[in-house]
Design a protein around this ligand. Structure first.
Ligand code: NIG
Ligand code: FE
Length: 412
């Protein structure tokens, strides 16, 4: 795979049946027909009707020219919630769940996240980075150009730092932009008191993570049987002291006050939200916290989906993510798009906003990531589908034809 360059090469993508350029509060996204975009030096310089864009930026002059006739072009997908750095396999738990075991029971019995922790502690640094690279490759093949990756399978200072290092190593060598999140508060290690562990996250892990300097966000699993609202708030406040922006896993199995914590600490996003009620939604929206819904997780658990429609019908945006982890083996945002529509009744255009610009908001990106407008990074996905709505409509083969990162073809 070629590395993106930042010199002044011209890229043009033209003739697209549909080109999505950015968000729209009414419809979800703005769609141009028979459209093109041009980029110079990795940045979009023009979007519009193909003849107008090509008149100014002829395809013959371009270093990279892509004829998108019959295809649809979207901003590269942004996946704002994954746990993609891990080792081991939990397919046996999948089978146990089919027979009736629940996610919470498995975790309370020392399985689930804690088994992945065992496997990660045994794995070498090289193995962890190689595993992540394999997943980043799969994500890129499915159109993702920016992805957030959380730690949380170390649960001690040494292993959490190793996971962040693996994220830095794999991310540094990959065309996909990788955004690191520290999640030492993902679970409580076996035979450790939750309060004691909370204190060690605050007084031992966080200072070491800050000194290492890789992580950008701090996340907590605020959940019945895991971290209380008070513990979550203390961890996220402490993270802020070290310059880490808060995020939170809230209301997945029980509403224990995670949305109040999100608002109190000014989180960039609150994620899952399966049990969130009208008050919780109002709290998030009032505090400008981006709601992130994870329909792959609900699908895999056979649970009720989050009420994305309630946010959308009130005029708010909703971001979508894969939540890729050993309990939710989903690396394709196109599959998540279908689940967003079928499971949560989001229109294809609302879904596209959710996996592009809204997802960038969940990651506090304000450089135009997730849009294709003058000034945005030229991260784009050319899809072998005749219109944007086919992204949700189809759920069989991978629709991705070409992926561009900073104007350079990184997958075709
Ligand atoms: O977001 N719920 C907590 N964390 C992950 C699951 C991680 C795991 O089970 O390994 C999630 O779904
Ligand atoms: Fe998660």
């Amino acid at each position: 795979m070629s590395e993106p360059t930042t010199d002044s090469d011209l890229t043009v993508v033209y003739g697209a049946e549909e080109l999505v350029v950015g968000p729209d509060d009414e419809t979800g996204v703005v769609v141009y027909e028979d459209a093109a975009f041009a980029a110079v030096g990795g940045e979009v310089v023009a979007t519009g009707p193909t003849d107008e864009v090509l008149a100014e930026y002829p395809a013959e002059d371009a270093e990279t020219a892509i004829d998108a006739t019959g295809k649809t072009v979207l901003p590269g997908f942004v996946d704002p919630h994954t746990h993609a750095v891990f080792a081991g396999d939990r397919s046996d738990e999948f089978v146990a769940k089919l027979k009736g075991a629940t996610y919470e029971e498995i975790l309370a019995d020392g399985g689930g996240i804690l088994r992945t922790v065992d496997a990660v502690r045994e794995a070498s640094d090289e193995e962890l980075a190689a595993n992540l690279t394999e997943h980043l490759d799969a994500m890129l093949e499915h159109g993702t150009t920016t992805v957030e990756v959380k730690t949380g399978y170390g649960l001690d200072t040494e292993t959490e730092l190793r996971l962040l290092e693996a994220i830095a190593t794999a991310g540094g060598e990959h065309p996909v932009d990788v955004i690191p999140t520290f999640m030492g508060a993902h679970a409580v290690p076996r035979d450790v008191d939750t309060e004691e562990y909370t204190e060690s996250v605050i007084s031992e892990q966080l200072p070491a993570v800050a000194e290492q300097g890789v992580a950008e966000f701090c996340d907590v699993f605020c959940e019945r049987g895991v971290f209380t609202a008070d513990q979550s708030r203390r961890i996220l406040e402490a993270g802020k002291e070290y310059g880490l922006t808060p995020k939170i896993h809230a209301d997945e199995f029980a509403d224990i006050g995670g949305t109040d914590v999100a608002a109190a600490v000014g989180a960039a996003s609150a994620d899952h939200l399966l049990q969130t009620d009208a008050d919780g939604r109002e709290t998030l929206v009032g505090a400008d916290v981006t709601p992130v819904v994870l329909p792959g997780t609900a699908f895999g658990l056979g649970a009720e989906y989050a009420d994305a429609r309630a946010f959308l019908d009130a005029g708010h945006e909703v971001a979508l993510a894969t939540d890729f982890n050993p309990n939710c083996f989903a690396r394709s945002m196109a599959f998540i798009a279908t689940l967003g529509s079928v499971g949560m009744r989001m229109t294809p255009q609302e879904v596209i906003r959710g996996i592009t610009s809204a997802a960038a908001n969940a990651l506090d990106r304000d450089d135009g990531t997730g849009t294709l407008q003058p000034g945005s990074p030229a991260d784009a996905v050319v899809l072998d589908i005749p219109s944007a709505r086919h992204l949700s409509y189809r759920f069989d083969t991978n629709p991705v034809s070409t992926v561009l990162k900073s104007g350079v073809v990184v997958h075709e």
